[in-house]
Design a protein around this ligand. Structure first.
Ligand code: HEC
Length: 254
């Protein structure tokens, strides 16, 4: 009898939560994430137990500028955080520790809603780090240049020069000390290869992206480049586990 009641109770609560969820993603965030990720600028940084929400979103958007990609990354990461997938820097993980998996605390559906809400609202338009003139304010994320506009010579890689020119200007400001290294490591090219946004690049993804690039070049009438010149998957996957992590990628290309 008792167990039955409990089961019913849990079921009801579960249902209530999921109905609630679709109504108010921010409330879910408040209930499930805000105890670690504060929504405001920290007044006392020594009290932080996790990076504040605006910092988190700033970095997520740097690596995954498109909402769809960013949400996919977050949904994956929050349920299965690993050092390899983390887009932020080791210093941050060294300081706060790896985020505990939230699997079980939040349903995938809620997580998706929360992630979308996070993407839409953070960092806020008046975030100090975004202190740039006209046109670089809140809407600018949506008007970010595409990968190919950075990759001016169309070789599938963003060279330091291609990238820094634009990006430096916007990131100079307030990324927070924790992730400084990020500015030097030109991460977005990783996301370009990580087709399913699971935080690692498989051989299949690498080859697919390269093939697409070649195809595009051929269509545009450029000569085919010798594919053998491109570094092999195996040479990038230095620990030979069949996945290229951001670290492996960046130590090879940046
Ligand atoms: C117990 C504390 C805690 C809770 C609860 C928590 N986080 Fe985190 N989170 C962390 C810490 C610590 C980090 C930084 C280390 C890392 O990236 O794993 C982090 C990092 C992240 C990142 C950035 C990942 C990266 O690679 O930079 C995202 C996105 C994130 N959290 C989302 C969420 C969401 C969404 C929730 C609520 C469902 C949540 N977190 C709940 C502690 C927490």
């Amino acid at each position: 009898m008792k167990t039955k009641q409990i089961v019913v109770l849990i079921g009801t609560l579960g249902l209530a939560t999921s109905l609630f969820a679709s109504k108010d993603a921010e409330k879910i965030f408040d209930a499930k994430c805000a105890m670690c990720h504060i929504k405001t600028m920290p007044t006392n940084k020594t009290k932080l137990i996790a990076p504040p929400l605006m910092g988190v979103m700033r970095h997520v958007k740097m690596a995954y500028p498109k909402k769809k990609d960013a949400v996919a990354f977050m949904v994956n990461y929050v349920q299965n955080p690993t050092k390899e997938k983390a887009i932020c820097m080791q210093q941050k993980i060294a300081r706060f520790g790896l985020m505990p998996s939230q699997k079980g605390n939040i349903t995938p559906k809620e997580l998706k809603e929360v992630s979308e809400w996070m993407f839409d609202n953070f960092p806020p338009a008046n975030f100090r780090g975004r202190g740039m003139k006209n046109g670089m304010r809140s809407g600018s994320m949506r008007h970010r240049p595409t990968f190919s506009s950075f990759d001016t010579n169309g070789d599938g890689k963003i060279t330091p020069d291609e990238f820094t020119a634009f990006q430096n200007a916007r990131m100079q400001s307030k990324m927070g000390k924790k992730c400084q290294g990020m500015r030097k490591k030109r991460r977005p090219s990783f996301a370009y290869f990580d087709l399913n946004k699971d935080g690692v690049i498989t051989k299949e993804e690498l080859l697919k992206v390269r093939a697409k690039k070649q195809e595009a070049r051929a269509k545009a009438g450029y000569p085919m480049r010798n594919a053998a010149n491109a570094p092999s998957f195996e040479s990038i996957d230095t620990n030979s586990d069949g996945k290229i992590t951001p670290d492996e990628f960046n130590s090879r290309f940046n």
